[in-house]
Design a protein around this ligand. Structure first.
Ligand code: HEM
Length: 235
């Protein structure tokens, strides 16, 4: 099939799944901003996204998107390396303005995936998974208290720094991925390319800033107002 067998088809899969993941991140970032203003509001959203059939279906869909994006990234990277053959060992003249992010998309993506593992352990495993497994006891009490988990996680400076590093990698990945996806899907010409690069830069900065604001606000609250107890560091 053209979509899976040809190089351009595989790139289309990467682009479409990447754009869908950017949409998810936009929603997730907006949801998290609520935590900056209201505990009740944030936990209400978390409850909506608990173990309901539509939330579980969305999580499964998200898992498929991440898997497709990751698997095709590996396939395309291996394919590119094979096409370059031994020339990767030769001294080659790089085009004057090749973005750093464009050269390191796979490594950036790996950091994003590793960070995602840590993040799912910190939040998803303590919330949706607890509900799905019908775990009883103290774990069940906090299964829809997303605000509590934010306080716990970002009262630990190690986690806060790790999240900020993760968010930096994600920013570079999004910044390049955004315009690159549109280019694969047919946006062409110098003018459109520079417009898309500009939109991508602004968009990814806003999305990442929404996440970073939560990390920074809760870490500062823990340091200076004594909120939460840093228990996440001890776990
Ligand atoms: C300050 C940063 C972040 C906070 C406070 C946060 C918070 C949360 C919370 C509370 C949940 C559990 C929702 C629930 O099960 O009801 C969650 C799930 C999740 N988060 Fe985050 N998140 C952050 C950043 C990110 C980033 C940057 C990504 C992606 C790169 C991400 C991807 C996910 C995914 C994939 C899930 C599972 C979604 C699902 O259950 O459908 N999160 N996050």
């Amino acid at each position: 099939m053209w979509l899976t067998n040809s190089s351009i088809g595989r790139k289309v899969i990467m682009s479409v799944t990447g754009l869908a993941l950017i949409l998810f991140l936009t929603f997730h970032g907006c949801m998290n901003v609520v935590a900056l203003f209201s505990r009740e509001g944030y936990n209400w959203v978390c409850e909506m996204l608990g173990a309901n059939w539509y939330a579980v279906a969305a999580t499964a869909g998200l898992g498929v998107l991440v898997l497709l994006h990751f698997v095709y990234a590996i396939i395309l990277t291996l394919q590119n390396q094979k096409a370059r053959g031994n020339s990767k060992y030769a001294v080659t003249d790089r085009p004057a303005k090749v973005e750093w992010a464009s050269q390191n998309m796979f490594v950036l993506g790996l950091i994003v995936i590793l960070g995602m593992g840590l993040h799912l352990y910190n939040f998803w495993a303590k919330m949706m998974l607890v509900e799905l497994l019908h775990t009883q006891g103290a774990a069940a009490v906090y299964a829809t208290d997303g605000y509590y988990w934010i306080e716990q996680t970002f009262s630990c400076p190690v986690y806060s720094v790790l999240y900020l590093v993760w968010l930096c990698a994600l920013w570079f990945h999004l910044n390049h991925g955004f315009w690159s996806a549109f280019q694969t899907l047919g946006a062409s010409g110098k003018i459109w390319l520079s417009r898309l690069q500009c939109i991508g830069l602004v968009y990814s900065t806003i999305v990442i800033a929404m996440f970073a604001a939560v990390v920074i606000k809760f870490q500062f609250a823990a340091l200076f107002c004594g909120q939460a107890c840093g228990a996440a560091c001890a776990n």
